[in-house]
Ligand binder design. Sequence first.
Ligand code: GAR
Length: 197
Amino acid sequence: MKIVVLVSGGGTNLQAIIDGINNKTIRNTEIVEVVSNNANAYALTRAKDNGIPGKCISPKEFADRDDFNKALVEEMDRVSPDLIVLAGFLVNIPAEMVAKYEGKIINIHPSLIPSFCGKGFYGLKVHEGALKRGVKITGATVHFVDEGTDTGPIILQKAVEVKPDDTPETLQRRVMEEAEWVILPKAIDMIATKGNI
Ligand code: GAR
């Protein structure tokens, strides 16, 4: 199965996928390209270090959002992946891309959907929201992407304990280590080996 991984930042989830392929916990999968909307994303360095083609497609390079969206869809069409993995990609996926790649785009979100998801909940903001509400359990979710924000069918979830002295940063790290880096590789392997979930 050919996958494209879309990223915006540090790329620790990308690294978990690379590691999973290398140690064969993800089977039958090849990362054919990493695409970032941010030229400075460390994820692009991780791609380069692992011999994976990397590309930046930034909204800043285009006259308007429509042109950016068009370029993103064109890149997917060019590479023609079996699966598109949003691994910390903090850009709204164009409706045209969702329609074209229905059932072929998955996303990792750092909470137990439907809590702390949707518009405005991304990255550290998710963990700030969880701490503010005082939940004792949070976690991560892998889901298919539909036309909404974090509304698509759920594939896997994993719970993580919130500790009394957590900061958004310590909670983010625990959710990554205990949940995200486990369930994202697992979901990809499930799709690569069974064709679906
Ligand atoms: C991850 O925690 C991911 O779940 C989150 O951004 C972080 C990216 O980290 N994604 C979202 O919030 C999507 N709504 P990474 O670049 O180290 O993988």
